[in-house]
Design a protein around this ligand. Structure first.
Ligand SMILES: Cc1ncc(COP(=O)(O)O)c(C=O)c1O
Length: 383
């Protein structure tokens, strides 16, 4: 007879009901979800093919089109985190041998390089020091040199806090006959984005930052030129779960079973998007900008230096130079352990050099900034 494994008795004694500390999440994400979003998540699930759920999926689609400012029919939420949506974007429009040009000015540019190469792309890169952005002239030269089928850029580079301007990039891509693929993980909801006006062909994002929702349901959109590329593929999309030819049958008119959607996360996403629509997307962008400027001013008053030049700074994520002689990790640890405030450390090339402070979605409020400013003197040992 098969013996049932038992849990160690000492472990069993420690298994109390779930208890998680309450934190103010001012790191690079996740950010705290709006209480109404958590409430919505608590609603008992219906089936993933229930007409009520299908209606909710339709609502998510149209709300996503609004926050992204696009008319793209194929706009969905991928069941997974931002990386799943990123992989979906790459997997669907990349075929082995395609030249994919990636702008690398931070950690997530490198992730795009890794993903595209795994799908057989002939990956080329243009690089900038971390914290800087590409000019239109630099992008034009790179397109002339590499003649890619896809140009991939990170709009909001979470590892550096820099915002890549996108005006004019879509026109350049049309001139050179390539698709424009954009990472909007740290911009959607908090930074102005006009996908159609800017000629973006493919974009993806996440739920846990500017949308103010828990992680796990990640927006993805494909415009007409991307769909044409998808239909002209010579090979199958090399990822079953993320294949938009299959997924679009679940999100589109056919409503064919594809996978069991994470129902409660979609409830949360729908509520987060509803709140955003109620606020108005432009108001949300302005709120993010205003609170970020308040943070920047106070940090500079405090004698701290910001890593990114003001005109390219993200309102959602600020990188602060760690002063000489200060143990950046110890400061972040103390903030978390003693004050329940999370901030992020540097990633990749900027590890040990910067802190990353996020003001995203529900957390982009003056009170969040004030809560941080109140404890900063203690952790930096300043009067
Ligand atoms: C710019 C960017 N792209 C992609 C990702 C990956 O998203 P996730 O961690 O939700 O998988 C992140 C995560 O922070 C990000 O900041």
């Amino acid at each position: 007879m098969t013996q049932t494994l038992s849990i160690d008795s000492s472990e069993r004694l420690q298994l109390s009901p779930l208890m998680v500390p309450s934190r103010l999440l001012l790191g690079p994400g996740p950010s705290n979800a709006h209480p109404a979003v958590l409430q919505a998540m608590n609603t008992p699930p219906v089936g993933h093919l229930d007409p009520a759920f299908l209606k909710l999926m339709d609502e998510i689609q149209s709300l996503l089109r609004y926050v992204w400012q696009t008319k793209n029919q194929l706009t969905i939420a991928v069941s997974g985190t931002g990386s799943a949506a990123m992989e979906a974007a790459i997997a669907n429009v990349t075929e082995p041998g395609d030249v994919v040009l990636v702008g690398v000015a931070g950690y997530f540019g490198n992730r795009l390089v890794d993903m595209a190469s795994r799908y057989g792309a002939d990956v080329r890169t243009i690089k900038k020091p971390w914290g800087q952005v590409f000019s239109l002239d630099e992008l034009r030269t790179a397109l002339e040199t590499y003649r890619p089928t896809i140009l991939a850029l990170v709009h909001a580079e979470t590892s550096t806090g820099a915002r890549q301007p996108l005006e004019g990039v879509g026109d350049l891509c049309r001139e050179f006959g390539c698709l424009l693929l954009i990472d909007t993980v740290t911009s959607l909801g908090g930074v102005p984005l006009y996908l159609d006006a800017w000629g973006v062909d493919i974009a993806y994002s996440c739920s846990q930052k500017g949308l103010g929702c828990p992680p796990g349901a990640s927006p993805l959109t494909l415009g007409p030129r991307a769909i044409e590329k998808l239909h002209q593929r010579q090979t199958k999309v090399a990822n079953w779960y993320l294949d938009m030819m299959l997924l679009s049958k679940y999100w589109g008119e056919e409503r064919t079973y594809h996978h069991t959607a994470p129902i409660n996360l979609y409830y949360a996403l729908r509520e987060a998007l509803r709140l955003l629509a109620q606020e108005g997307i432009e108001n949300s962008w302005q709120r993010h900008q205003k609170n970020a400027e308040y943070l920047w001013e106070k940090l500079e008053d405090f004698g701290l230096t910001l890593h990114v030049e003001k005109q390219f700074r993200l309102p959602t994520l600020t990188t602060v130079r760690i002063p000489e002689g200060v143990d950046g990790k110890a400061v972040a640890r103390q903030l978390l352990n003693e004050y329940d405030v999370e901030i992020g450390g540097g990633l990749g090339e900027l590890a040990g050099q910067v802190w990353r402070i996020g003001l995203m979605g529900f957390n982009s409020r003056k009170e969040s900034v004030d809560q941080l400013l109140q404890v900063l003197p203690q952790v930096l040992h300043k009067p």
